[in-house]
Design a protein around this ligand. Structure first.
Ligand SMILES: O=P(O)(O)OC[C@H]1O[C@H](OP(=O)(O)OP(=O)(O)O)[C@H](O)[C@@H]1O
Ligand SMILES: O=c1cc[nH]c(=O)[nH]1
Ligand SMILES: [Mg+2]
Length: 213
């Protein structure tokens, strides 16, 4: 299975800023979006291009264009919305397919509450975006939805991933590619990633903060 921890200095620096206790909503949002742009750059390195002849300023010129039906971005509500602007900065014409899932705080199982996918999913590369890959229950349920809609090429972009979640994805959907800014130490008893970022949804939306244990 392809798992890429993107260890670029800009990403490492920005992720370090995100880990500070007491970070503001504004700063957390900005950094989530900036790292999302950098992860998108890495995750789209293998897109196929095709040549086209166009009228340039000095006459005909051969240029490259991305081939085929292209990409749909799949933000997972809520927290995935925090990465969406950064991904759209890199791929402004992409269709966006939104899914909504929330983890039950007791069982840690995801509850799906929304699904609105764009057309022709079988012809697109899906770029799932979510800041956190913890147990991976949310990602596995999202991939199930996308595959049921015919999607065959799926990549996931995460700010932080836990080894337990990566093992879960590898056991269930080894064809999915994962790009993350960091593979962290692991999960605590409440299913939060350590050292992690805390509750990414709360930090992006300015709702309740996770109290330190
Ligand atoms: O890998 P998992 O164990 O499934 O956990 C990861 C999920 O948990 C968080 O969302 P949350 O359920 O808190 O929803 P929210 O985005 O609405 O806050 C996070 O944004 C992921 O979607
Ligand atoms: O560490 C975690 C795990 C799940 N969801 C979060 O927001 N943070
Ligand atoms: Mg949350």
């Amino acid at each position: 299975m392809k798992i890429v921890e993107v260890r670029h200095p800009l990403i490492r620096h920005k992720l370090g800023l995100m880990r500070r206790a007491g970070i503001s909503t504004k700063e957390f949002r900005e950094l989530a979006s900036e790292i999302a742009s950098l992860l998108t750059y890495e995750a789209t390195k293998d897109l196929e291009t095709t040549e086209a002849l166009i009228d340039g300023w000095a006459g005909p010129v051969e240029v490259q264009r991305i081939k085929g039906k292209k990409i749909t971005i799949v933000p997972i509500l809520r927290a995935g919305l925090g990465m969406l602007p950064g991904v759209l900065d890199m791929i402004p014409a992409a269709k966006v397919s939104v899914v909504g899932l929330q983890r039950d705080e007791e069982t840690l199982r995801p509850i799906a509450y929304y699904e609105k996918l764009t057309g022709r999913m079988d012809e697109r590369i899906a770029l799932i975006v979510d800041p956190m890959l913890a147990t991976a229950g949310t990602l596995v349920a999202t991939v199930d939805m996308l595959k049921a809609a015919g999607c065959r090429r799926i990549k996931g972009l995460f700010l932080v991933a836990a080894p337990e979640g990566l093992a879960h994805v590898e056991a269930t959907h080894p064809d999915v590619e994962i790009y993350t800014a960091s593979i962290d130490q692991g999960l605590n008893q409440q299913g939060y990633i350590l050292p992690g970022l805390g509750d990414a949804g709360d930090k992006i939306f300015g709702t309740k903060q996770l109290a330190p244990e």
